[in-house]
Each structure stands twice: as C-alpha cells, then as structure tokens.
Design a protein around this ligand. Structure first.
Ligand code: SAM
Length: 262
C-alpha cells in the first residue's frame, strides 16, 4: 500500500480536524491520563488532545511514516509527553507501549474505516487498555461517501483500495465480544462543503481517492480526480460518521504489574 502524504494531509484536513475536536469533547479527562491516539495522522487532533492533558501523556500511533514525521513537527513543543509508535493497528501489541502501558483511554478519529478487521482491531485496543478505560472514536459508517463512490463508478471504474464502513449493529456486537461495556454507537450525516472545486479535487486526491490514484500513471492522476469531481453536482462529500463511546470491562484479569513479554 502507498504511504499517505503527511504534509498535504495536514494542509487539507480541516474537516477531520473539526470532527476530531467534537469527538475529543466526549473524552472524560482530568488532565493526567495516558491516552492512545490510534491513527494520529499528522497530529492536528493529537495536539488538541495534548492540550487537555497538561500533566498526562499521549501515545501517538500510526502506520504511516510520512504522517508520523509531520506529527513530530506539529507536536515538537510537547515531545516529552509523547511516545510515537509506528505500527499497523492490526499488529498492535502491549510491548510497543513500554511503560505507557496500560492506557487510561483510546481515542481515534477518521481511522478505523481504513482498518479492515474490526474484530482484531477492538481486541488489540482492549489488550492495551486498563480495566474501565474509555474508548472514544469516530470513523466512516455504513453508507459513507455513497454519492462519491457512485461518481467514481459512473466513470466505469470501482475505487481501488480497501476499507470497511460498518453498521451500528455490527460494531456494537464486535465491541461487546472484544470485552467492552457501556457501549454506545450511533451515526450522523456530515455532508461536507468545500470552498471550491480546486480544494475538492486536492482533497479527493490526497484523502478519499488516495489508494485509487496510486494505481494510475502519474500523468493521469489529476485528470482522473477532476473527472470524478465533475460528476459531483456540488463540491460536497456525503460523509456519514460512526461514533463509538465504550468502556473496557472492569472484569479484565490481566496483571499489569507483571513484566511484559517482548
Ligand atoms: C484520515 S487519517 C486521520 C488522522 C487523524 N486521526 C485525523 O483525524 O486527522 C487516517 C490515518 O489512519 C492511519 N491508518 C490507516 N490504517 C491504519 C492501520 N491499519 N494502522 C495504523 N494506522 C492506520 C493512516 O496512516 C492515517 O494517518
């Protein structure tokens, strides 16, 4: 899979930053907790998370080296409070978090839909959380960007890449079987208007159609994205978000005082 362009994402991701701040307000924090930001990207939302943790710590995890590099520069004034981890969430292991284990909360925005096995994802997150820890997250839901995907299909192609836009019911069931309680899952439509077609085309190229564009010869990429944008009636992406608030069960019997196997 091709890497993200961390600098371009950072410049364009105003919608994700806006949604991320709203999701962040659902996290209950006193200011001294350790929180895993699962899929921190370029660090814009991570920075807002750190602002709520004057005495706490953040584990900023992402699979992308380009995103982590941008996040390091964004968070340069708070590096003593941040552990950066480069990993696929499907390969997350407690030992990767060192003495930041176990975390008091997991926070994640605009990431879970890029992870295609949510059973493994939720089990891995639970494995690094203390009993009673919060999970607050948002990602694409069933029906996300349906009109955009239709615009792509109208050009005779199917968007390349992998993603999972899950339903509320499937997500509730997966969270419960991974050991979460107090599970709340809901969706909201988030139609997102872009300033003009140029901004929309830039955004589609760097975010929504990134994996598809990477399969095309460089000379054809911009033209393809412009043709998709031309099929859209307005510069609006029909986002639908899946919101998750849950808690890891208090019944977890892991002894966190034991040394972790590496
Ligand atoms: C759209 S960005 C969101 C970044 C940030 N949370 C925000 O809201 O701006 C999605 C991020 O998820 C990361 N990601 C996707 N799949 C991942 C995986 N399997 N493991 C870890 N990170 C992943 C990508 O590298 C990317 O940085």
């Amino acid at each position: 899979m091709t890497d993200w362009d961390g600098a371009a994402y950072d410049r364009l991701a105003d919608p994700q930053a806006r949604w991320g701040r709203a999701v962040l307000s659902r996290l209950e924090l006193q200011g001294s907790e350790t929180v895993l930001d699962a899929g921190c990207g370029s660090g814009r939302v991570t920075k807002a998370l750190l602002d709520r943790l004057p005495r706490g710590r953040v584990v900023a995890l992402d699979a992308s080296s380009s995103m982590l590099s941008k996040a390091r520069s964004r968070l340069s004034e708070r590096l003593a409070q941040v552990r950066f981890v480069q990993s696929d969430l499907l390969k997350l292991e407690p030992a990767m978090l060192g003495d930041d284990m176990p975390v008091d909360a997991v926070f994640s925005t605009a990431t879970f839909h890029w992870v295609t096995d949510h059973d493994v994802l939720f089990a891995n997150l639970a494995s690094v959380m203390r009993p009673g820890a919060q999970l607050v997250a948002q990602c694409g839901a069933e029906g996300n960007i349906k009109q955009l995907l239709e615009a792509v299909r109208s050009l005779g192609v199917k968007r390349a890449g992998t993603w999972l836009y899950p339903s509320v019911a499937d997500t509730e069931a997966r969270l419960r079987s991974a050991g979460f309680t107090e599970v709340q899952v809901w969706t909201n439509a988030e139609p997102t208007l872009f300033a003009d077609r140029t901004v929309l085309v830039d955004f589609l190229e760097v975010v929504c159609l990134r994996e598809h564009v990477a399969t095309l010869p460089p000379a054809m990429r911009r033209d393809f994205v412009e043709r998709v944008a031309a099929k859209m009636a307005e510069p609006v992406i029909d986002y639908v978000r899946l919101n998750i608030v849950a808690r890891k069960s208090e019944d977890d019997e892991t002894d966190w005082t034991m040394p972790l196997e590496t």
